[in-house]
Design a protein around this ligand. Structure first.
Ligand code: 13P
Length: 260
């Protein structure tokens, strides 16, 4: 049994009408036919359609940075599953730490988003991770366990096959400070054990768990060769096609080394 590595770029609130499809086009040129790694990019909402066009026919899938859990109606500013599917999205980031801690999303809202995705044929990337103060207080396991339990409530083991978990320690996001491979592996292994308890071991072994937080070309290799790290969710380095391609190549090498 192998888990195919999955590398996704989260462009956050960056790029412009001109830059977004150009960046996607540069990525298609560099990595658009890679076979050994699943790939996605998640541009801002207004550029989903143009980035989708630039990705057409390539192996790079389109993802959204968020979703709303209602179908339609009076929800000013929100975006539905049907809208995301209309523009060709396959993946949706749910519960990113910036949405939890800057916007104020709760575990309950995030769970509704995850359920909406799996119910409507979209693949959620459920983000979890502790704050620096929580790590310092030795609460990492407790915080991440709670986020996993609440985020996946009501998700069946059949639906879990469409779910990716992204472990993103908040203190490592955009800071240049990466979790060491050991620190990351420890939490990834804990998440997999927990999934084994909530579901069963076979189901848990199939779930891809990405690491996110200051992943760069020079640290990707040692992170991605850890046994329970199955890919990465990349912020800053996904805004440079060259860096993104180098990280994908590191994932490909880790996979070829047949670590699992
Ligand atoms: P950075 O790679 O910029 O640290 O961002 C990580 C992240 O939040 C991806 O979702």
């Amino acid at each position: 049994m192998t888990r195919k590595p999955f590398i996704a770029g989260n462009w956050k609130m960056n790029t412009s009408l001109e830059e977004a499809p150009a960046l996607a086009g540069a990525m298609v040129e560099k990595v658009g036919s890679v076979e050994g790694v699943d790939l996605a990019v998640c541009p801002p909402f207004p550029y989903l359609a143009s980035v989708g066009k630039a990705l057409a026919g390539s192996k790079i899938a389109l993802g959204a940075q968020d979703i709303f859990y209602e179908n339609n109606g009076a929800y000013t500013g929100e975006i539905s599953a049907a809208m995301l599917k209309d523009v060709g999205c396959a993946y949706v980031i749910c519960g990113h730490s910036e949405r939890r801690h800057v916007i104020g999303e709760t575990d309950e809202m995030i769970n509704r988003k995850v359920l909406k995705c799996v119910g409507d044929g979209l693949k959620p990337i459920l983000c979890v991770g502790e704050l620096l103060t929580e790590r310092q207080a030795d609460e990492t396991i407790e915080v991440v366990s709670r986020q996993i339990h609440l985020g996946l409530e009501g998700v069946s083991s059949a639906d879990l096959t469409d779910v990716t978990i992204a472990y993103e320690p908040v203190w490592a996001i955009g800071t240049g400070v990466t979790a060491t491979p050991d620190q990351a592996q420890e939490v990834h292994a804990m998440i997999r054990r927990l999934l084994g308890e909530i579901y069963d071991d076979a189901t848990a072994r199939n779930v891809r768990i990405q690491y996110g937080g200051s992943v760069k070309p020079d640290n990707a290799g040692e992170l991605l060769t850890q046994p329970d790290i199955d890919g990465a969710l990349i912020g800053g380095a996904s805004l440079k096609a060259d860096d993104f391609a180098k990280i994908i190549s590191a994932a490909n090498n880790a996979n070829n080394a047949n670590k699992r």
